[in-house]
Design a protein around this ligand. Structure first.
Ligand code: SF4
Length: 250
């Protein structure tokens, strides 16, 4: 999805999704990563683009307020330049504020710092664990986030809540990729729903010839995901450009 500001009305409510320009992901080893397309190795370009995008988002909020803002940068929030981090404060304050992170950035100190700095109504951290099966996550996807890491993050979340921090941890669930069976997706959904505060199912798209192949998705799985995941992302078609009328699917 292109960088920019998108207004969404779906089962997560009326919200803005702000797609920022990111620097190349420091990890950079996932076999299916589509985000290189939107990243730039030039900090000056990243800073300039993000100033413009955040300006657009602020104008959108002025035009029609929302209670939920998601900020994505095709990588981890903690890898954004400070100039961008600072300018996001008015977007986050008093709202449900969503960011994406790799798991290694999720520590108790990091969550405390984010809540103190942004003062959101609630902080939602999205992490791409993708599947509950470690052999798929580490073998096929090379996420570099084993089960032990997943459980560490969940412990951190629990501890943060015990300290009164308004924090949730959501996970992505990948489907429609060769090597990830529909049975495993259904089982991952079941496991993730028990462990995480939210599950966003994401339809895999192959962006590069050396990436794993995309496969068709059965109606049965589609129905299961639509009825049980918190959100299903079927790809780019449903995005609504900010400022235009229209409903997005949930
Ligand atoms: S962590 Fe995300 S951005 Fe980094 S390589 Fe993996 S999929 Fe790409």
């Amino acid at each position: 999805m292109a960088v920019g500001v998108y207004r969404y009305r779906d089962r997560l409510g009326h919200r803005l999704v702000v797609i920022l320009r990111g620097l190349p992901c420091a990890y950079g080893k996932c076999t299916f990563c589509p985000f290189a397309l939107e990243q730039s190795a030039s900090p000056a370009r990243v800073i300039a683009d993000n100033r413009r995008i955040i300006g657009e988002a602020l104008a959108e909020l002025e035009r029609e307020p929302v209670g939920r803002v998601a900020v994505f940068n095709g990588g981890s929030f903690h890898e954004l330049p400070y100039d961008t981090v600072e300018r996001l404060r008015p977007l986050a304050r008093g709202r449900v504020f969503e960011v994406e992170e790799r798991s290694e950035y999720v520590t108790l100190e990091a969550l405390e710092a984010l809540v103190e700095y942004y003062r959101p109504e609630r902080l939602v951290v999205r992490i791409g664990f993708e599947t509950a099966f470690e052999e798929i996550r580490e073998g096929l996807l090379r996420k570099g986030m084993p089960d032990s890491e997943m459980h560490r993050v969940l412990r951190v979340r629990d501890e943060a809540r015990e300290r009164g921090l308004p924090v949730e941890v959501w996970t992505y669930l990948l489907f429609g990729m060769e090597g990830i069976s529909e049975e495993s997706v259904a089982e991952s959904l079941r496991v993730f729903k028990r462990l995480f505060d939210g599950v966003i199912a994401v339809r895999y798209r192959q962006y590069h010839p050396r990436h794993p192949r995309a496969v068709p998705v059965s109606e049965r799985l589609a129905r299961l995901l639509e009825s049980q995941a918190d959100l299903v992302d079927w790809g780019g078609d449903q995005w609504v450009i900010a400022g235009r009328e229209g409903a997005a699917p949930g």
